[in-house]
Design a protein around this ligand. Structure first.
Ligand code: NDP
Length: 463
């Protein structure tokens, strides 16, 4: 039996890598992690966490406006971008420290270095210029924004990474894309007072979500003042003499703006990792190919998270890490379960969703029942805000199973977490019906929609 320096060497100290390292080390395994940037990865350093903090920051103007209906007089408000960035940085530094200390306090070793594969069992720690060996190697290097190299002038644009640390808040911004990042940042910047335009190539933002949510969110964002241009792409960007940017879009219109943010998807971080040296196979997008257990074509090398380009979500990477530990170290082969993943878009209003959209359900089931309610949430009665909430259940009429649940409105993400349990458990509409409502809440609508709003038979909506 060959002797290795470590039982496990993890490349990448993000959510997935750190979880795998921490749990394996706690089992008594000899574990090391290498992270070239900051512990915490995309989610903590320049993704979910700072994004949510910025969402909170951007919501205050609406809270101030809504306060009047509740009897409050709010003095003139003023926003300080650099204070927000500095406070965010402090919180991120705290969390990053916790990620690293979590590895170390479990008995693992944390390197601040890029690490590359030399062969199937050897890793080079670049910062120290030395090689170490490991029985198992786990690649969890995540992804990065698609640079959109085909766009002339793309070098003048920023990505979500830079958006968190801009020296100044721009007066105007154009955002390209219609996915999570584009939509979330459009709302953040608009909420902070930035003149915001979203440019999306498709017919409606947030492809893959339920169409009612997509339309309604589009309407609400437009009503707030965000310009959304669908069926439109950026064709060319030019930097003007005054430092501003000119973006030529479909049809020849030119948008003059301070910043352009590209949010057109993320690509796996697999370059110069030594994958070829170790014989690890990659796919067309550069993603590491893995089997159902997250094992690559090389028996002792595994990969989890965004680098595998399965489902690019933090909780998925963490789940894959836990399954990896079961499989590699607990003699309990466990496949990550990617079915029925609840998710939230932190737009304003927020989206919380799990399961099938109406369109997807219509393709899979012959008899679909749709239950939906659109109403003004109680908090907006006194505030006077016109924003409406949407709740929608998609039910397979034959089995009675609820196969999709969709919410647009305040706290929709929190609701999606709990709806996720119900749908994962395969609960039926009858289970929802006999669940007592929690009153007065917005979520009670989810258990009080007794009659179908309409039916979808063989994919076609009927009365
Ligand atoms: P998404 O995959 O969500 O969206 C990418 C968007 O860019 C789509 O609207 C796509 O259009 C568009 N697009 C792709 N290529 C081009 C192109 N060449 N020209 C113009 N438009 C293009 O990616 P994001 O970058 O928004 O986010 C990356 C990942 O991060 C997501 O997959 C998500 O899983 C994760 N994330 C999750 C969050 C959350 O959980 N709240 C928040 C932020 C990110 P089309 O629809 O036509 O394909």
């Amino acid at each position: 039996m060959p002797h290795y320096d470590y039982d496990l060497f993890v490349i990448g100290g993000g959510s997935g890598g750190v979880r795998a390292a921490r749990v394996s080390a706690a089992l008594g395994k000899r574990v090391a992690v290498a992270e070239e940037y900051r512990y915490g990865g995309t989610c903590v350093i320049r993704g979910c966490v700072p994004k949510k903090l910025f969402v909170y920051a951007s919501q205050f103007p609406e809270h101030f406006a809504d306060a009047a209906g509740y009897g409050w007089t709010v003095p003139e408000s003023k926003f300080d971008w650099s204070r927000l960035v500095a406070n965010k940085d402090r919180e991120i530094a705290r969390l990053s420290g916790l990620y690293q200390s979590g590895v170390e306090s479990s008995g693992g070793e944390a390197f601040h270095s890029r690490a590359t594969l030399v062969d199937a069992h050897t890793v080079r720690i670049e910062a120290e210029g030395r090689h170490v060996t490991a029985e198992h190697i786990l690649i969890a290097t995540g992804g990065r924004p698609n640079p959109h190299a085909a766009l002339p002038g793309h070098e003048h644009c920023i990505f979500s990474n830079e958006a968190f640390d801009l020296p100044d808040l721009p007066r105007s911004i154009v955002i390209a894309g219609g996915g999570y990042i584009a939509v979330e940042f459009a709302n953040i910047f608009h909420g902070l007072g930035v003149d915001t335009t979203l440019v999306y190539r498709g017919m409606e933002i947030l492809q893959r979500f339920d169409m009612d949510l997509r339309h309604r969110l589009h309407e609400e964002m437009a009503a707030k003042g965000i310009r959304i241009r669908c069926h439109t792409i950026l064709e060319e960007i030019e930097k003007r003499q005054d430092g501003r940017l000119a973006a030529v879009i479909t049809g020849g219109d030119v948008l003059i703006t301070d910043q352009i943010l590209l949010a057109i998807g993320r690509i796996p971080n697999t370059e110069e990792l030594g994958l070829a040296a170790a014989g690890v196979a990659t796919g067309v997008r550069g993603e590491i190919l893995v089997d159902a257990y997250s094992r690559t074509n090389i028996d002792n090398i595994w990969a989890i998270g965004d680098v595998t380009d399965r489902v690019q979500l933090t909780p998925v990477a963490i789940h894959e890490a836990m399954c990896f530990v079961e499989t590699a170290f607990k003699d309990n082969p466990t496949q990550p379960d990617h079915d029925c993943i609840a998710t939230a878009v932190f737009s304003q209003p927020e989206i919380g969703t799990v399961g099938l959209s109406e369109d997807e359900a219509g393709k899979r089931f012959n008899n679909v029942e749709i239950y939906s309610a659109s109403f003004r949430p109680m908090r907006h009665t006194l505030s006077g805000r016109q924003e409406r909430m949407l709740t929608k259940l998609v039910v397979d009429g034959d089995s009675r199973r609820v196969v999709g649940a969709h919410v647009l409105g305040p706290d929709a993400g929190e609701m999606a977490q709990l709806l996720g349990i119900s749908l994962k458990a395969g609960l039926t509409k009858d289970d929802f019906d006999r669940t007592m409502a929690v009153h007065p809440t917005a979520a009670e609508e989810l258990v009080t929609m007794y009659k179908p709003t309409y039916l979808v038979k063989d994919g076609v909506r009927v009365a």
